[in-house]
Ligand binder design. Structure first.
Ligand code: IMP
Ligand code: MG
Length: 180
């Protein structure tokens, strides 16, 4: 698995230190909030969310959403499908929406809009990575741990074809893995 990685972009210790900073900010910003609902987008946000929220000593609840915007490969399909039969009840809640990466922006734009439609009082967004590129959908991110160049990355929750999510760092795949 590690042999498929061409280079490590963000090492485990670097991620940990940055999460300390983001977690402190979230703690401070939501300190007076007594109805905090975290919504994580499966499966990419799992690793990031688990490490981040264990650093945030606030009373909160966690829900996960299953959406599909990628259907294998490395290109976004452009459409965001909600796959859950029942969506979490967020009406009147303050929501912290967590995803792995802001790429085209379609996922976060579609999910934040849906949560607002469902009556969320406030929706704040949080991502591990923001790709430096033009967005297909306008979206504002409130917390972003790292900015990266516009290249395909895996690890720390992010996958290629379902794999590499459990790498403890963010890395770039060998091109031979993608083309094979
Ligand atoms: P969006 O294009 O901003 O809607 O991002 C959709 C989803 O694409 C993200 O939540 C990731 O799961 C996936 N994605 C985007 N860029 C990458 C990448 O570089 N590696 C792995 N997954 C990615
Ligand atoms: Mg994915």
């Amino acid at each position: 698995m590690h042999g498929d990685i061409e280079k490590i972009l963000i090492a485990e210790e670097v991620i940990g230190k940055r999460l300390d900073v983001i977690a402190r900010k979230i703690h401070k910003d939501f300190f007076d909030e007594n109805s905090l609902q975290v919504v994580a987008i499966l499966k990419g946000a799992l690793v990031f969310m688990a490490d981040l929220l264990r650093r945030v000593p606030l009373e909160l609840e966690i829900e996960c959403l299953n959406v599909a915007s990628y259907h294998g490969g490395i290109e976004s399909s452009g459409q965001v499908d909600f796959l859950d039969r029942k969506l979490p009840d967020v009406s009147g809640r303050c929501v912290l929406l967590i995803d792995d990466i802001l790429d085209t922006g379609r996922t976060l734009a579609a999910v934040s809009e849906k949560l607002r439609e469902m009556g969320a009082r406030e929706v704040k967004t949080c991502v591990l990575l923001t790709k430096d590129k033009e967005r297909a959908a306008a979206v504002e991110v409130d917390y972003s741990a790292f900015e990266i160049a516009d290249e395909f990355v895996v690890g720390y929750g992010l996958d290629f074809d379902g794999k590499y999510r459990n790498l403890p760092y963010v890395g770039v795949l060998n091109p031979s893995v993608i083309s094979s």
